[in-house]
Every structure is written in structure tokens, then in C-alpha cells.
Design a protein around this ligand. Structure first.
Ligand SMILES: [Mn+2]
Length: 319
């Protein structure tokens, strides 16, 4: 009997829609949502009777050696499909292929779009699933995403996408996110899923409060605006909100977590000359944390005392 196991990114709509697409294409599969911190650990928990493992939207360049070691072991028992759009260099892609992993990688499309074209789930609502991830990951202009968006009712697709991202920001428990994945996979549109509209509205209200907080507390260092956020807020949204200040190129928001750790989000304006995902990946590794992401949108978990290091090093690079 074939058993599919799906591992996807828990933190945003792209990962959630990728998981829903993979589940729609493989009804009855088991899925797990993880973040950059729990990704490698989750590979140790893949059931041994799995025949097919699908991994979506999980940037792994900062933990690449560990990834290769785990996948090489798993590959002895199962087929592995790795679908992602986070930075991977040609040597890393070649190495993954060399150990027998099917790699679908394209930095200009969202993971959800890549997952859709790879697994081709059937049915009309499935057609919208990749668009949610593309729109909310700012990747709706990629050729594959454009192809899909050209063929749907645009305003409907945009509204459903942002409803979903606002609801995800509010419903941060893993249980709720897994529920969303199951509902989307069985053909529900976001506004039809229980609590999505209510949660999205709650996020809008919170966002207004948050933008007032950021307005009062953001600190400017060179071209960077940074803000230490109270617990329980949407950190990426906070980072984005700091960008409104004149002359600011990168916005950073961070939140203190348990055990001396900090969760950090970085957002850049389009003229930002530094690849923020590469930058934070490298610094995070050096200070004993983890991080990565895209050119203008990245995140990390780092020790509290390393926050200033990130700000100082980045402001030197942006000079
Ligand atoms: Mn993504």
C-alpha cells in the first residue's frame, strides 16, 4: 500500500496552500506543518512505512548538510519530492538530485504554484489554491502564477487570498492551521472555512493597533527601522509597518521568545541592495540561530543578545 507523508511550512499561506494542494492530490495522506526550527527534527519522525515523502516551501540552505544526511537515509525506504523556491545554489540542487531526490525549484514562483504544477490535483477550487500562496508571498507575477491568475476572477482570488493570510495571522495554533489545510484540500474556499472571516477581521483591528505601536516605538539605525514587539503580535506585519519612515530601506521586527531566543522578521523595500534571506541565514548561523528567506522578506530565530549584531552588520552593508 502506498502511504504519502507531506511536510510543509506552517508559518504562512504559501506553506499552508502547498500542504492543501499536496493533500488534495493525495487524499488520505498524512501531513505535518513545521517551521525552519522544527523542519530537520520532523524528518526523524517520518513513519517508516511511508512510500512517498513530499516536502514543500521549506528553505534549507542554512541546514543543508543536516538535510542531505536525513534525506539520504529516508531515500532508502521512500521516494522524496522536494518542492521549494527559497535560495538553493546549483551545487545543492545537484547534490539533492544525486542522492535520488526529485527537486522542483524555482525562485520566481511560490511553493504553492510549484506544488500545483508538480502534483496537478483536480477540481475547480484546487485551481485557486496556488494563487493564495503566490499572492501572499508577493510572487503572483511569476510566469506560472500569471498563467493561473489570468484564468480566474481576479478580485475574488485576491480577496480570498488576503482573507486567508489575515486569518492565518490570527489563528496561530497548529490545530487551527491543520484544520485549514484539511478544509482547503476538500475544496472549501477560505471564506467558507469556519472562523476565517471573523479571524481576518480581528487581524485588521489588531493591525491598526500594531501600526500605532510601531509608529511610537520604532528605532532608526542608518537606513534600518527596528522595533521590539510585545508578545503575540504578527512580527512580519510589524517589520513591514516600519518601512513607512522616510529613508528606511529595511524594517526589522522582533519578539522575545522563551529560553533567551528571539523571533525576527526582516522586510526590505524593492531598492534594497542586500539579499535579506542570504544575509540573515549567514548571520544566524554564526550566532547559533537559524534563519533564511527571500531577497526582501526573511526571518530568523536567534539569541536575544544577537539582535544588535544583526542591526549593526546590516546597517554597515546598507551604507
Ligand atoms: Mn513560500
Amino acid at each position: 500500500m502506498s502511504r504519502t507523508y507531506i511536510i510543509s511550512h506552517a508559518e504562512d499561506v504559501d506553506g499552508i496552500s502547498s500542504a492543501a494542494i499536496a493533500l488534495a492530490a493525495n487524499p488520505g495522506a498524512t501531513f505535518k506543518l513545521v517551521d525552519y526550527n522544527t523542519f530537520i527534527r520532523s524528518l526523524s519522525k517520518v513513519p517508516s512505512d511511508t512510500t512517498s515523502l513530499i516536502i514543500c516551501d521549506l528553505g534549507a540552505s542554512s541546514v543543508f548538510q543536516e538535510l542531505i544526511m536525513k534525506l539520504r537515509d529516508l531515500k532508502k525506504q521512500m521516494s522524496i519530492t522536494y518542492i521549494d523556491h527559497h535560495p538553493l545554489n546549483p551545487d545543492q540542487i545537484a547534490l539533492l538530485k544525486h542522492i535520488g531526490v526529485k527537486v522542483i525549484h524555482d525562485p520566481v514562483e511560490s511553493a504553492s504554484v510549484l506544488t500545483y504544477f508538480t502534483l496537478e490535483p483536480a477540481g475547480a477550487p484546487c485551481y485557486y489554491l496556488p494563487i493564495y500562496g503566490a499572492v501572499t508571498d508577493y510572487m503572483d507575477s511569476g510566469p506560472k502564477a500569471s498563467y493561473l491568475i489570468d484564468r480566474v476572477h481576479r478580485h475574488f482570488a485576491l480577496l480570498e487570498s488576503t482573507l486567508l493570510s489575515s486569518a492565518v495571522a490570527q489563528g496561530r495554533t497548529m490545530r487551527y492551521r491543520k484544520y485549514m489545510v484539511r478544509e482547503l484540500a476538500r475544496g472549501k474556499y477560505p471564506h467558507e472555512i469556519k472562523s476565517v472571516v471573523r479571524n481576518a477581521t480581528a487581524t485588521l483591528r489588531k493591525d491598526i493597533k500594531l501600526s500605532r505601536y510601531v509608529e511610537q516605538h520604532a528605532r532608526i539605525t542608518g537606513n534600518i527601522a527596528s522595533v521590539n514587539m510585545p508578545r503575540g503580535n504578527n512580527i512580519p506585519a510589524g517589520a513591514k509597518m516600519t518601512l513607512g519612515r522616510p529613508g528606511v530601506i529595511v524594517g526589522i521586527a522582533y519578539e522575545q521568545k522563551r529560553r533567551g531566543n528571539t523571533a525576527m522578521s526582516l522586510r526590505g523595500v524593492s531598492s534594497c541592495p542586500v539579499h535579506l534571506g542570504d544575509f540573515i541565514g549567514e548571520v544566524a548561523r554564526r550566532v547559533g540561530g537559524r534563519g533564511g528567506g527571500h531577497r526582501l522578506a526573511a526571518g530568523a530565530k536567534i539569541p536575544v543578545k544577537a539582535v544588535q549584531t544583526v542591526i549593526t552588520e546590516l546597517s554597515l552593508k546598507l551604507k
